[in-house]
Design a protein around this ligand. Sequence first.
Ligand code: XMP
Length: 513
Amino acid sequence: MSHQTVIVLDFGGQYNQLIARRVRECGVYCEVKPYTTPLAQLKAMEPIGIIFTGGPNSVYDEKAPRVDGAIFTWGVPILGICYGCQLMAQALGGEVTQAQDDAAREYGKTLTSYDTNCRLFRGFPAQGISWMSHSDYMARVPEGFALTAHSANCPNVAVADEGRGFYGVQFHPEVNHTEHGVDMIRNFLYEVCGAVGDWTMGDYLKTSVAAIREKVGSGKVLLALSGGVDSSVCAALLAEAVGRQLTCVFVDHGLMRKDEGDEVEAAFAKWDLNFIRVDAEARFLDQLAGVTEPERKRKIIGEAFIRVFEEEARKIGAVDFLAQGTIYPDVIESGAGDAAVIKSHHNVGGLPDYVDFREILEPLRLLFKDEVRQLGRELGLPEYLVMRQPFPGPGLAIRVIGDLTREKLDTLREADAIYREEITAAGLDRTINQYFAVLTNTRSVGVMGDGRTYDYTLALRAVTTSDFMTADWARIPYEVLDRVSTRIVNEVQGINRIVYDITSKPPATIEWE
Ligand code: XMP
C-alpha cells in the first residue's frame, strides 16, 4: 500500500504500542519493529521518520540494546524517547550517566519549560507538565545538539539537532499525563518528517477491499464469527469485498448475553453473504451439565466449538482461505517473555487443522483496536457491535459460578441486561472498560412482601483498565448502583441480594472464573 510509514523502533519500553497508536491517531501509518531488525530491512520500508522508544535498560549496561550506527547517517529524522534519547546521545558522542542524587532522577509529573522555537515544541506554551520516568541523564550532550527543554532538576529534558532532524526527549509524550504530548508527536511527524496524513480508515477500507478482491480472486473464504469486535469487523470487511464468496459460521453456544445472537445476525443482514448461524445451545449445555471447575468449562467449550465448526466446515467442503480477525497487537514482535498462565483464555495459535483450506487471510493484521472499531463504523456496522466490550469466548458459562443450567443463565442474562442498560443510561459506558454481572453460587435469606426468600446473590463487576492485564474497580456513583440493585431485585426472579466487587486486578482477576 502506498502510504507514508514511520517506524517505531522498540527497545522494550512499556508504552511502545501507545506510541504507535498516537502516531496513527495523527493520521500517519507506523509499524513497531524490534531494535534488532537489520538496518537493510528498515531501509526497505522507506520510512519518513523513526521513533526510538523507551526501554528498561541503561545505555551504559554491557547488555543494553544498541542500534547499527549507520542509522544516524541515513538521513531519516529520528525522535528518541527516554532510553531512545539517551541511546542517541551516547551513540553520537554524548555521555549518559546514572543520576547520583535523587534530585536528578525524575519520576512522574514534572513542570517542563520548552524552547518553542524548536520545531518539536512549535505552538506550545512556554511551560507544561510532562511525564518523566528516568534515573539516567545526559551529563554531556553530543556536538551539534541544542538544549530545547528543561525542568527544575534537569537542564536537558529535551535536545535537538534540527539540521540533522534528530530530537530527543527524556519524558514520555505518548502518555496522557504529558500535556501537549500528542502535539509533540504531531510536530515531529508533520513539521520534521513531512507527513501528509494519508492514513485514514476511509482510505484503508478502499485499499483493503481492493487488495482482498485481488488476493481472493474467485476463491472461497470461510470465517468463524464470534460476534466480538474483531471477528465482526473482519466479516463485514470480507463481505464488502467478496460478498457471496464468503461464508460466516456463527456458532450460537447459548452462552451469550441477552439478545446478542439476534443482534449479530441482524448486523449482517445488509450484505449478501453466506451467513450460517448454528444453534448449538442444547449441545453445549448438555456437555457442561454438572461441570463446576472453570478450566474444565473452558476446555469443554473450546472443544465443542471446534467440533461444531468442523461439522459445518465439512458441509462446505474445501475453501481457499480461512479468515481470522487477528489484529496488530497480537502480531507485534517484542522481546517480552511470556507471563504465567492464570487462565487459559487467549485463543490464539490454535489453527483449525480440520478445515480444508489453502491460505490464512488476516485482513485486520495491521490495525490497532481503535482502528478496527473505526473501520467497523466506515463499514456501517452498528455502534453496539463496534463498541462492544470484551466478552470472553466461554461467555456466560464463566459468569455463572459453579454448575450451569439454562435457568441460571436466563436469570443472569436478565440481570446483566439491566446492569448494562443503567450503566449506559448514566453515560458510564465510555469510561468503564468492562462491566458485567456474575451469578454467584451463594443463596441467602431475604424478605419480599411478607414472605421469606432464599435466592441467589448477584455480583456486579466493573473495571477500568488500559490493557486488561491490570485493572482497577470502577467508582460507580452510589445512585447508579442503587438503581441497578433496585431494578434487578424487583424485575428478575431468583435474585434477592446484590453485591459490588471492589477488588482490583491483581490480586483478583476481572472475571470470577
Ligand atoms: P481476567 O479474568 O483474566 O480477564 O482478568 C482478562 C480479560 O480476558 C477476558 N477473558 C477471556 N477471554 N476467553 C476469552 O476469550 C476466556 O476464557 C477468558 N477469560 C477471561 C476477560 O473478559 C477480560 O477482558
